[in-house]
Design a protein around this ligand. Structure first.
Ligand code: 13P
Ligand code: ZN
Length: 269
């Protein structure tokens, strides 16, 4: 028996998380329990599900998030592996509902799997997205090797320096990650400070932000699209590194070529 039985639309959303979790492992971005995914599933929760009792006591989020009243999320479990979640999403993640005080949640799922340690960042970002009226419903944190390596140099942490380089590697990067890559200086994983800094970066108009010497945090309409944005950025970083390994600094597309691209495709930057 699973909470997903006879809930095909909800199950399809969770299956998409499982599919992406498999990609993260295959990419080498999800060592051990590395990375986490949450999705806002409120639109797929029916009356029967709302009537279900919780299977855990309420737990504090660590912050108060007024937009999340009555919202439901699927969250990767803390300490759980993406490669396990790919095969068994309800044993390695759980469904939570936010309590009316907007500061606590409880688990309503098949098993009492405690949500990711990065829940403050994920839920704060979902709260921010709802406040903005954004259609984005997914947030993804992962450890893409080449993008994380870039953040070990101060030069690439400067505003839009990495974005410009990555966009200039192939036209698709700007086309499919059109807001570029925001930068968040190193902060303790799972902290509320990191959550707040992540929102500030997203609010500067980025869908993908780097956590210095740690990983990326990406948002989009669904988890597959969030994954795609990270994938195109990391591909661009790999092209840069390949050129450097061939012994030269890549030229990159010119500013004029990138401007032409923005006009042709109606890109926001
Ligand atoms: P969790 O296992 O708690 O999701 O943590 C993984 C991670 O990447 C922390 O930044
Ligand atoms: Zn991490």
């Amino acid at each position: 028996m699973s909470i997903l039985d006879n809930r095909a639309a909800l199950k399809a959303q969770i299956d998409k998380v499982a599919e992406v979790a498999g990609y993260l492992w295959t990419k080498g971005w999800a060592e051990r329990n590395g990375g986490n995914i949450t999705i806002n599933i409120t639109d797929w929760v029916d009356e029967g599900m709302r009537a279900l009792p919780a299977i855990t006591e309420p737990k504090a989020i660590g912050t108060t998030l007024p937009q999340l009243k009555g919202c439901w999320f699927y969250c990767k479990g803390t300490g759980r592996r993406m490669r396990d979640l790919a095969r068994r999403p309800m044993e390695n993640g759980s469904i939570i509902r936010i309590l009316p005080d907007c500061a606590h949640y409880e688990i309503v799922a098949d098993a009492p799997v405690a949500p990711t340690s990065e829940l403050p960042s994920h839920l704060s970002v979902h709260n921010y997205l709802l406040a903005k009226g954004s259609p984005y419903r997914a947030s993804l944190h992962t450890h893409p090797i080449e993008l994380v390596a870039l953040t070990h140099s101060k030069k690439w942490m400067e505003k839009d320096v990495a974005t410009r380089m990555l966009w200039s590697m192939i036209p698709e990067t700007k086309a499919f990650c059109p807001r570029g890559l925001g930068m968040v200086p190193y902060m303790l994983p799972s902290s509320v400070e990191l959550a707040d800094a992540t929102i500030r970066a997203i609010d500067e108009d980025y869908d993908v932000v780097m956590w210095e010497k740690h990983g990326v945090f990406a948002v989009d309409t669904d988890v597959m699209s969030a994954f795609d944005q990270v994938d195109v950025l990391n591909k661009a970083a790999q092209i840069y590194i390949s050129a450097k390994n061939m012994g030269f600094e890549p030229d990159g597309m010119t500013d004029a070529q990138m401007q032409e691209l923005s006009q042709a495709f109606g890109l926001p930057k």
